[in-house]
Ligand binder design. Structure first.
Ligand code: DP6
Length: 334
């Protein structure tokens, strides 16, 4: 039997949080270079494998919490008040409930995502990280970074990494309560590192990552080899980052992402997030690489690509992918 989120939080929080007045926090979105795919504990979002990501600088979520003036909880997303039964509003309030205990203080939570809509990126990672940071501030919890990361993880696994900027490793941890399953920032900057957010297809995805990874774990024999590959890839990617070796990083990240997709395709019913446009874009990446431009791709549980390259090659990448706007090219180290 899994430990509940509430039990874990009660163990580490003061008995009764203090009522707050105002808090505001920002957290970046992140792209995994070594993917998180599969859970050892579904309730706490404890991963089967460790993962490593790059945060997207100023692209992410800003969340503000104030006392509600209406006497009821209110949730806004991108300036729009959400209905009480809306799925976003329900997730936000359920998460706040974990922390506010018996405190009878309705709150108003406003979240703004500034990720370019053209990027087609999920915002649950930055959203839960910003919400956790704002909760910490609003209720004066004084949580350490490790605890903030572990608590954000209970909202969405990848949110554990969005507590930090730069390259971030999420340790899978071994404890039943998951408190060692938190992320850590790597002390490395790489000013020339670039990420291109290439949106190739629109439309809501049919299967979210949460159910997609569960289906893979339960039905794909191919998944058996994933934990060991992810562990090897994680070690290689850390070495590539330390050596600022774009080729090694890119090759390992691309192979890691495609291996994750192979496990999804091998699930039943099969899970194929790619659209014809995704495959066409992959071929464009490989053609560009054949011409001598070191550009690599990674993909999450959706049809869009993220390109990994060095600023030296930005002109060639822009030329080959004219649909990339200035905002779609992220320089995570400024
Ligand atoms: C493919 O963090 O969205 O993007 O923990 O169920 O909320 P939950 O899943 P989520 O999964 C992200 C999966 C991924 C890979 C990654 O970001 O590491």
């Amino acid at each position: 039997m899994s430990i509940t989120k509430q039990t874990v939080i009660n163990t580490y929080l003061p008995d009764q949080p203090l009522p707050g007045t105002h808090a505001e926090a920002f957290a970046p979105s992140n792209i995994a270079l070594c993917k998180y795919w599969g859970k050892r504990d579904v309730e706490l979002n404890l991963p089967i494998n460790g993962s490593l990501s790059i945060s997207l600088g100023e692209l992410g979520s800003r969340t503000e919490i104030t006392e509600s003036e209406t006497g009821a909880d209110q949730v806004y997303l991108n300036h729009e008040l959400q209905a009480e039964d809306n799925s976003f509003a329900r997730k936000v309030i359920a998460f706040i409930n974990l922390f506010r205990g018996e405190l009878n203080q309705p709150v108003c939570v406003k979240t703004i995502n500034n990720i370019p809509t053209a990027a087609g990126l999920a915002s649950s990672a930055s959203g839960f990280a910003a919400l956790t940071l704002a909760i910490n501030d609003f209720y004066n919890l004084g949580l350490s970074d490790d605890k903030l990361s572990a608590f954000a993880r209970m909202g969405s696994g990848s949110a554990s990494r969005s507590i930090y900027q730069g390259f971030v490793e999420w340790h899978k941890g071994v404890r039943d309560d998951g408190m060692d399953s938190c992320a850590e920032r790597l002390d490395i900057t790489w000013p020339g590192f670039r990420i291109g957010l290439l949106k190739v297809a629109t439309g809501a995805k049919k299967v979210d990552s949460r159910s997609g990874m569960q289906r893979t774990v339960e039905s794909a024999d191919l998944y058996q080899s994933w934990p060991q590959q992810a562990a090897n890839d994680l070690a290689t990617i850390k070495r590539a980052i330390a050596d600022r070796d774009l080729e090694l990083l890119g090759q390992t990240a691309e192979q890691n992402a495609l291996s994750m997709h192979a496990t999804m395709i091998a699930s039943w019913p099969p899970l194929l997030y790619w659209q014809p446009e995704s495959v066409a874009a992959m071929h464009r990446v490989w053609e560009l690489r054949a011409l001598g431009v070191p550009v690599y791709l990674t993909m999450d549980a959706g049809p869009n690509l993220k390109l990994l390259f060095h600023s030296e090659y930005e002109a060639q990448v822009r030329n080959a992918f004219p649909e990339l706007l200035d905002l779609d090219i992220v320089a995570p180290f400024g």
